[in-house]
Design a protein around this ligand. Structure first.
Ligand SMILES: *Cc1c(COP(=O)(O)O)cnc(C)c1O
Length: 380
């Protein structure tokens, strides 16, 4: 077996990144703010639209954390979080000393179930006497969650929504970009995301005042006095001008990267269409337009005679990287003691799902090879 390794999702440079980094060096802006940061934020604002403001930060996790800070989440509060996600959606709840309450997914999007969300809100109110402080829906693998329903429920009980759009830059729900629906929306530019700044993130918000406040918390919460004076806990979460240079270059190819990921998803869909028992996850309706950051399949063991993990191991033996789905948070040792409202949906999907190589650098030939090897596992 001498195939070059096929990776799940690799960084993919556009070409202009080094020019912006060189500018930063030439002008000695090698600090956590500067012209690249400003320009990257402007480009992100133009991209997400809706007159939203964007603050560039050191990580997507930092963005979610500052969303919590802005929402006023503190010790003694509860925060509802989608269980089917990466741990970075939930960790910032604990950074604030608050208690996570996990809510299960529904089948059509794999994201937060609106029914279980409302059940959780009412049950927490009955048990603790107060409503949860915030809700964190996630757009898993790029698929928008059921935003109309979730926002309606959040509005009904006056609860702040912090969208985790770390995997969903460019995804659209009813024609509007993910990350712009909640009071706050978190984006990630980690190495394997749709675009990268080597590591980084951003928080989307509604007003210039909020953006100012987020920058204040992200730069150590220093009050406007001639000496260092602090009335709040601060963080060192601002994006560096070097990383933002990479981000500026990546913005020039963002649309192309999204288009290529969607093309790869369409290619897998057609290549695996006649394989009984393998389903490629699709947009549930025209309202949902995933960026298909990662193409995911589910494997029916009865029909295929194999499992998601057996396929993963076979692909690995062929030098192809794939990954099981995120193991839900209510099934994680660190989180299993917290309240969970579920009906088994995310656990069931977790048990049969697999993420396929989906990076925008992959060729049609490589996608064909992956599909071929998956078919080879079925009914051998
Ligand atoms: C990547 C990711 C994050 C965290 O982003 P970082 O930039 O890696 O800190 C948060 N939530 C989800 C769902 C993610 O996939």
């Amino acid at each position: 077996m001498n195939r070059d390794r096929i990776f799940l999702s690799l960084a993919h440079m556009g070409g202009q990144e080094q020019k912006f980094i060189k500018e930063a060096f030439d002008t000695n802006w090698v600090v956590p703010l500067g012209p690249n940061v400003d320009a990257f934020e402007k480009a992100l604002e133009a991209f997400v639209g809706e007159n939203r403001h964007v603050v560039a930060l050191s990580a997507g996790t930092a963005a979610i954390h500052l969303g919590m800070v802005m929402a006023g989440v503190e010790a003694g509060d509860e925060v509802i979080c989608q269980s089917f996600t990466f741990s970075a959606s939930a960790n910032p709840i604990l950074y604030q000393g608050a208690t996570p309450v996990f809510v299960d997914s529904e089948e059509s999007t794999w994201n937060m179930s609106p029914e279980l969300l409302e059940k959780a809100i009412l049950d927490r109110k009955a048990e603790t006497g107060k409503y949860p402080k915030a809700i964190v829906p996630v757009h898993l693998y790029g698929m928008p969650s059921k935003l109309d329903e979730i926002l309606a429920i959040a509005g009904k009980y006056g609860i702040t929504v912090i969208e985790d759009a770390a995997e969903a830059i460019g995804s659209e729900y009813k024609g509007r970009k993910c990350g712009t629906f909640g009071k706050y929306g978190a984006l990630s530019f980690n190495g394997n995301k749709m675009i990268t700044t080597s590591g980084g993130g951003a928080l989307v918000c509604g007003t210039a005042e909020e953006a100012q406040r987020i920058k204040f918390f992200a730069t150590q919460a220093r009050e406007n006095r001639p000496y260092y004076y602090h009335e709040h806990i601060g963080y060192n979460y601002r994006m560096s001008n070097i990383c933002a240079g990479i981000g500026r270059g990546q913005m020039e190819v963002l649309d192309a990267h999204i288009a290529r990921r969607r093309e790869i998803h369409a290619l897998y869909t057609s290549l695996l269409a006649d394989t009984d028992g393998i389903e490629v996850k699709q947009n549930p309706s025209k309202d949902f337009d995933s960026n298909f950051w990662l193409t995911c399949i589910t494997v029916d063991p009865e029909k295929t005679g194999t499992t998601a993990d057996e396929i993963r191991l076979h692909l690995e033996s062929e030098n192809i990287e794939s990954r099981l789905l995120w193991r839900p948070m209510h099934m994680q040792p660190i989180f299993e003691k917290y309240p969970f409202y579920g009906d088994g949906t995310s656990e069931r999907i977790f048990n049969v799902g697999l993420c396929l190589p989906s990076g925008s650098l992959l060729t049609d030939g490589q996608i064909g090879d992956v599909a071929e090897e998956i078919k080879r596992c079925c009914k051998r």
